[in-house]
Write a protein that binds this ligand. Structure first.
Ligand code: GCO
Length: 455
């Protein structure tokens, strides 16, 4: 069973839906710049207009209300409220989020605010961005502004969304903004600053908050889950899930990002493995990063099935030729919503939110004017069935944010992928409910009672 006050929600992020990138004094961020580079984004798409949510937020909140959402996770674009990333505040930008928050509360929807979903202000990037240690204080000041202006109405915050991606894809593989292939050593420096900035933001949010607030972070991972319930397979999954990859994609892991926050220090395995590439890590850094937080978020989309091999080494189960996949080619592995929360909670001992989960489908508007997406309903039923099983087995899961409320700008894939419960016709900006939107509404109304729990 899902707990009675379970936060059934949906998630979005600023650049992916807002548009209005040059309006009302917003500054530029690295995605504003990166999307204008030739050949980087699918068919040259940009977030310039996106879902035009900046102008249509009232309509979007009305949709959320009709859907019965209890919670909504959105992000603030740092450069909209602080055009240069520090110093001057853009009151018009603050006003936009303030109105959004008011409309959510009026609709009975609890806002969950993410401070950073990848919009690094361009002015800060020019000063070195994540390479510059001063960013710890810049981000702290931004967090203080967020607390000053919004904590009278918002009490739940996530500092960062997916540090794995914005450092890994942004600076290691160079697929995401700013599109760099930095020296590995630099990526460790940046990651260390991200974690310190997280700690500083936690301090500043608490210090300035107008009422008690709850704070977490929303990293991501492909969950290793066991091929059976046998203790050795579960151990194989645990080891894989918290193990550390080789240097070329080192950011793609759980423990380097989460152990310092929740267990008080970087994992030994990583200190050994990455030793020559690491910056100096002081006792003060360690303390700053380990600021107590209230809950742990995780964006979970898929996983890998593992078993314990003969020599006591975790091995991956090879997928069949006909293994189910989403339109974006991500494997469909509902088990990750059982084992992910369970193993993460076992290690970190915090209440958990699934801060994102969903899929892209080749959705089309049918002749009857509707969008039939049985694949999404099937996917969500299976995944949520597994999440329900996790709750039944005593995992403390507080909420679930479906990614995403609306079809939106899917980073390098532009508008080519549709993740929404609501279809967006980008030419007319018309919103059309997909069948899955209606299905989710029903599910929320009955608190997931009809979901089948397998196993
Ligand atoms: C991410 C982000 C989202 C994506 C979603 C689908 O995971 O990359 O948090 O912004 O749009 O995950 O890829």
């Amino acid at each position: 069973m899902f707990p009675e006050n379970f936060a059934w929600g949906a998630a979005t992020s600023a650049y992916q839906i807002e548009g209005a990138v040059a309006e009302d004094g917003k500054g530029m961020h690295i995605w504003d710049v990166y999307t204008k580079e030739l050949g980087r984004i699918f068919e040259g798409h940009t977030g310039d207009v996106a879902c035009d949510h900046y102008h249509r937020y009232e309509e979007d909140v009305a949709i959320m209300k009709e859907m019965g959402l209890k919670a909504y996770r959105f992000s603030v674009d740092w450069s909209r409220v602080m055009p240069e990333g520090r110093g001057k505040v853009n009151e018009k930008g603050v006003e936009f989020y303030s109105h959004l928050i008011d409309s959510l509360l009026e609709a009975g929807i609890e806002p969950y605010l993410t401070l950073y979903h990848w919009e690094l202000p361009y002015e800060l990037y020019k000063k070195g961005g994540w390479m510059n240690e001063e960013i710890v204080e810049w981000f702290g000041d931004y967090a203080a502004l967020i607390a000053d202006r919004f904590s009278d109405r918002v009490t739940r915050f996530f500092t960062f969304n997916e540090p794995q991606c914005f450092i890994g894809l942004g600076f290691l593989t160079g697929e995401h903004a700013p599109g760099l292939k930095s020296p590995v050593r630099d990526t460790f420096v940046m990651a260390h600053h991200v974690l310190k900035a997280h700690g500083r933001a936690v301090q500043r949010l608490r210090e300035r908050a107008k009422q008690p607030v709850e704070i977490g972070i929303a990293p991501t991972i492909s969950v290793s889950y066991p091929a059976s319930d046998q203790p050795e397979d579960v151990e194989a999954a645990r080891r894989e899930l918290f193990g550390l990859p080789d240097l070329e994609n080192w950011t793609w892991n759980v423990s380097w990002w989460s152990d310092p926050i929740l267990l008080g220090g970087y994992p030994e395995e990583g200190l050994e493995k990455y030793g020559p590439y690491l910056p100096k890590i002081t006792e003060e850094d360690r303390k700053l990063i380990a600021q107590p937080i209230d809950f742990y978020g995780q964006n979970i989309y898929n996983g890998r099935c593992v078993y314990m091999g003969e020599e006591g080494k975790p091995c991956e189960v090879k997928r069949n030729e006909d293994f189910l996949r989403t339109a974006m080619d991500w494997p469909i592995t509902p088990e990750c919503l059982y084992w992910g929360p369970r193993l993460l909670q076992e290690r970190y001992k915090k209440p958990i939110y699934i801060t994102e989960n969903g899929l892209s489908c080749r959705d089309i508007v049918s002749a009857d004017g509707r969008v039939h997406d049985p694949g999404r309903i099937e996917f969500l039923s299976r995944y949520l069935g597994e999440l329900k099983r996790a709750c039944a087995d005593g995992v403390d899961v507080r909420g679930y944010f479906q990614w995403s409320l609306l079809d939106n700008f899917e980073w390098c894939r532009g508008y080519g992928e549709r993740f929404g419960l609501i279809y967006v016709d980008y030419q007319s900006q018309k919103r059309i409910w997909k069948d899955s939107g209606y299905w989710y509404r029903k599910l929320i109304a009955e608190n997931g009672r009809s979901l089948l729990v397998q196993n």
